[in-house]
Design a protein around this ligand. Structure first.
Ligand SMILES: CC(=O)SCCNC(=O)CCNC(=O)[C@H](O)C(C)(C)COP(=O)(O)OP(=O)(O)OC[C@H]1O[C@@H](n2cnc3c(N)ncnc32)[C@H](O)[C@@H]1OP(=O)(O)O
Ligand SMILES: CC(C)C(=O)C(=O)O
Length: 682
């Protein structure tokens, strides 16, 4: 079987209504309709496994909690489950609030109407809902009835219903309302719909205070939504005693336009909408009440339904229906507050940064690229907004780091880290979760543990052996402003433009060593010390900001307790004479220490980026070595390391590594000798 070449022979084009002076296109929706949730009836009847009493009960309680005041709870004549459930609602004290209407559905069959009415005995507010098909297709095929017979049956059943409900003082219900649905309204002759509804109205005799509900279902959605709106406008204009009528919509979603149909039809004059949460229902479903409500909300109209915790609603709906909410479902779908693609993430991130900077409160106007609704308003978190896969760019990655670690990465570091993330997503072939990205960052920039270097102790002092320094480069101006003489965390004010001396103990690959170096500030003094180790790094970029955090990362895995302020430092280094750039990150309560950590982080990355390269020089444990002074026999090796670009190829690197290992072995022998009573001098 294939699609027809000419489908017009089989499918007739829908003939639109001729109402040339239609008003609805220039109307707007400016009020909340009456909502009727039919999840427990129309939704339930379409499930593979309809809900049991317990599931219906829990679902009902959720609908009440959300704020629905009219709930179609069952088709009581269908069997014990629905009948007993209705009885349970009516007879369990406190379950149905006084302002909530229980609605039940019955076909136009007297014995079924009677049973239906019985199920409500004892309730406060009840809506009896009868339906009868009015479209020629249904009349002819299903019922074998013409218009006249349909009208007679509708009137007869309405009169019967009236006699056992509002006209019966012993009905056992405090307040009755009546709803009639000309089923397949969307495919019915509009004039006949008016005719049958006038007859039903006359049989029921509604009042302004207690209007009759004419529910006009698109039982099957058969046309574009504007046609449905025309049909509704036609009905609203032509039905008499409009003030005694509540015009209700019941759109199904066969063409995927149920939401649009419901919205245009409200513009056309409807007062009430029937639907289900997330659109469960026959075939393609009923109109989605969540979308309708939140569409209103994002137009500044509170829908009177509280979706503040949409996730728990989804949870109950999915468990009860045994159907997952589609990841792309408007508002509720898992993916609808997420952006994977780089340019979307970038725009959203910029949007949030701008909002934060402007000091906007939660109530202030929402202006956010790609996000029509503030996810927080429906209980969804910002963390979920940006998700990272191989389509993502630096903006999204930076956003995740901002949210998880409170770090504002400089642009260059964003680019560098996003390459690391990209490599990982390409390798894994899947999305990376925020925590995985955070862990990747912590590992890449050694926030928990620097694999090669550890700052054990240090002292920054004025280097009195040298003359005042020339004007400092960018990062050192920053250092100069800090101008601290620091021992551990203690700082004292010092004079400007004096050279600094770093003296300290650095752990290198597990062994502690005394090192020293000088520079225009603490950072460059450490850089000087590293240079003496053969790691010649120039600082090309330096950024720093403070972070207020509760707990979180510190170097060496220390957890900061309580709320405290820390400094985050980002340093980009170039290896002298090479194009290679590496970033280092440091976090510490002390700003100087934070920058020293950042440099050691960069140094570690620099070495690690050169495969299997050990630290060029490894003095013995406990040796005190002033590396400002060239150690005997060290210089050639160090020079080789400095001068050996990674591009020299594996052979060159291997040779170099062999030399280094030889040197290490020599040192170990020396160390053993020293331990056995040697002088320990290098
Ligand atoms: C558009 C809608 O969603 S309408 C709601 C549909 N929901 C349900 O049907 C769920 C509950 N239904 C049921 O439990 C059963 O179908 C019952 C109890 C209503 C009827 O069961 P049965 O008597 O076994 O009939 P069955 O289901 O086989 O067929 C439906 C019958 O009702 C008739 N019928 C259908 N709609 C209506 C109506 N609105 N008014 C009167 N009769 C109707 C059909 O013509 C058919 O009659 P027939 O047996 O004389 O041909
Ligand atoms: C009973 C009616 C309202 C119905 O469910 C429909 O037409 O879809």
């Amino acid at each position: 079987m294939v699609m027809l070449k000419d489908p017009s022979t089989k499918y007739r084009r829908f003939k639109p209504l001729d109402i040339p002076n239609r008003q609805w296109p220039s109307k707007t929706i400016d009020k909340v309709p009456r909502w009727l949730a039919t999840d427990l009836r129309d939704g339930n009847q379409s499930l593979v496994d309809p809900m049991d009493g317990e599931q219906k009960f829990r679902y009902f309680q959720m609908l009440v909690k959300l704020g629905y005041k009219e709930i179609e709870v069952s088709f009581p004549s269908s069997g014990a489950t629905d009948f007993d459930f209705t009885r349970r609602l009516v007879t369990t004290p406190g379950v149905v609030p006084d302002d909530v209407w229980l609605q039940v559905l019955s076909p136009c069959r007297k014995e079924l109407i009677k049973r239906t009415v019985e199920s409500l005995k004892g309730s406060k507010k009840a809506i009896l809902h009868l339906y009868l098909a009015t479209s020629p297709c249904f009349q002819q095929i299903v019922f074998g009835m013409d218009n006249k017979q349909s009208k007679e049956l509708a009137v007869e059943c309405t009169k019967y219903a009236r006699s056992i409900t509002k006209d019966d003082p012993n009905s056992g219900v405090e307040e009755w309302a009546y709803e009639f649905s000309p089923e397949t309204f969307s495919d019915s002759d509009p004039e006949f719909v008016i005719e049958i509804c006038e007859a039903v109205k006359a049989a029921w005799e509604p009042s302004v205070e207690n209007p009759l509900i004419f529910n006009l279902p698109a039982t099957v959605e058969m046309s574009t939504p504007n046609v449905y709106a025309d049909q509704i406008e036609y009905f609203c204009r032509n039905i008499t005693e409009r003030e005694k009528i509540s015009v209700s919509l019941h759109p199904h979603n066969d063409r995927g336009c149920a939401v649009a149909a419901a919205e245009l039809a409200q513009m056309a004059g409807a007062d009430r909408v029937e639907g289900t949460l997330f659109g469960n229902g026959e075939r393609t479903g009923n109109v989605d009440l969540v979308t309708l409500a939140l569409n209103l909300y994002t137009q500044g109209i509170h829908p009177k339904i509280d979706f503040s915790d949409l996730n728990s609603v989804i949870d109950i709906v999915e468990k009860s229906n045994k159907i997952p909410v589609h990841p792309r479902q408007p508002y509720g779908g898992q993916l609808v507050v997420c952006a994977f693609s780089g340019s979307h993430q970038d725009a959203i991130k910029k949007g949030f940064v701008a909002r934060e900077k402007s000091g906007a409160t939660r109530e202030d106007p929402w202006m956010m690229p790609y996000l029509p609704l503030d996810p927080e308003d429906i209980g969804r978190t910002y963390e979920a907004i940006i998700r990272v896969n191989s389509q993502s760019g630096k903006g999204g990655v930076a956003w995740i780091i901002k949210r998880t670690l409170e770090l504002d990465l400089p642009r260059g570091l964003q680019i560098a880290f996003s390459k690391i993330v990209q490599r990982e997503t390409d390798m894994l072939g899947r999305e990376l979760l925020p925590n995985e990205i955070k862990d990747l960052f912590v590992e890449a920039y050694h926030l928990n543990k620097n694999p090669r270097f550890g700052l054990v102790d240090y002292n920054i002092s004025t280097d009195r052996s040298t003359s005042p320094a020339p004007p400092p480069p960018a990062q050192e101006q920053k250092e100069a402003q800090q101008q601290t003489s620091t021992t551990g965390n203690k700082k004292t004010q010092s004079s400007r433009n004096l050279r600094r001396k770093f003296e300290g103990v650095i752990e290198i690959d597990g062994q502690e060593h005394h090192v020293s170096g000088t520079g225009n500030g603490a950072l460059s003094a450490l850089a000087g010390a590293l240079k003496n180790l053969g790691i010649d790094l120039d600082i090309a970029d330096y950024k720093e900001h403070s972070i207020e955090r509760r707990g979180g990362h510190g170097h060496g895995g220390e957890e900061a307790k309580g709320r405290d302020t820390q400094a985050a430092t980002f340093i980009e280094c170039t290896a002298a004479g090479q194009a290679q750039k590496v970033w280092g990150v440091g976090i510490h309560e002390d700003v100087v220490q934070s920058s020293l950590f950042a440099l050691l982080s960069a140094a570690s990355s620099f070495l690690s980026s050169r495969p299997s390269t050990p630290v060029p020089f490894r003095p013995k444990r406990s040796d005190t070595v002033n590396l400002d002074v060239e150690g005997p026999g060290l210089s050639p090796l160090r020079q080789e390391m400095n001068g050996a670009p990674a591009s020299q190829g594996p052979d060159a690197v291997a040779k170099l590594e062999a030399k280094v290992r030889e040197g290490e072995q020599r040192e170990q022998v020396n160390g053993a000798e020293a331990a056995n009573g040697g002088s320990g001098a290098s």
